[in-house]
Design a protein around this ligand. Structure first.
Ligand SMILES: Nc1ncnc2c1ncn2[C@@H]1O[C@H](COP(=O)(O)OP(=O)(O)OP(=O)(O)O)[C@@H](O)[C@H]1O
Ligand SMILES: [Mg+2]
Length: 177
């Protein structure tokens, strides 16, 4: 994928010169793009064009071979999921990656389990999970193993889109309680 767009002062998310190789495969070739606050974009391209790779690079799952991702003027640490998460990046993956043996609450909070003295705070975790599901599937028992739910209900327990409303720069745990 190659693209070029000039960055503007009010851009919230700026991707600059991202190149990413997987062995002999050049998935992203010097990709640049910029996005302003409040905009909705669709990234289109044929299978294997590099759409998911770009999303994963912005979210810190891939470390690019070259280029930077900047959010609200701050350049993210390459390949750091935590840094991207703290900057407000949320990604709903194309492929489902869930843990059926864990509870619904654990699946929903897996990235950021509330803990105290090294122990998971189950009550707080369940309360957060219930809040996340309140509008979507309030009847789901967040203490049940995810694998015990029907497939459609299990799909509702992917990282809820509501997470994407966390403002850029929101500290870990603050936006989601
Ligand atoms: N982890 C990986 N290891 C090796 N090659 C990869 C990896 N991830 C992606 N690729 C390759 O990088 C290229 C871009 O893949 P990517 O998944 O980003 O494309 P896509 O646009 O999301 O495709 P699709 O429309 O099928 O979802 C492809 O050639 C793919 O095979
Ligand atoms: Mg894809």
């Amino acid at each position: 994928m190659t693209h070029g767009a000039p960055a503007m002062a009010e851009d919230l998310l700026v991707v600059r010169g991202i190149t990413k190789r997987f062995g002999p495969t050049l998935a992203l070739d010097n990709v640049s793009a910029s996005f302003r606050a409040g905009e909705v974009h669709a990234l289109m391209g044929e299978n294997g064009a590099g759409k998911s790779t770009l999303g994963k690079t912005i979210a810190g799952l891939h470390r690019p071979d070259a280029g930077t991702v900047t959010i609200a003027g701050r350049t993210l640490e390459p390949g750091s999921i935590d840094d991207a998460f703290d900057a407000g990046v949320r990604i709903v993956h194309q492929e489902l990656a869930q843990c059926p043996n864990l509870t619904v609450a654990e699946n929903l909070c897996l990235h950021d389990l509330p803990s105290r003295f090294g122990l998971v705070e189950k009550r707080s975790m369940c309360a957060r999970a219930e809040r996340l599901l309140a509008d979507l599937e309030p009847s789901i028992d967040v203490r049940a193993p995810l694998g015990s739910l029907s497939k459609p209900r299990g799909r509702s327990c992917r990282s809820p889109a509501r997470w994407t409303t966390a403002p850029a720069g929101a500290g870990r745990g603050t936006a989601r309680g």
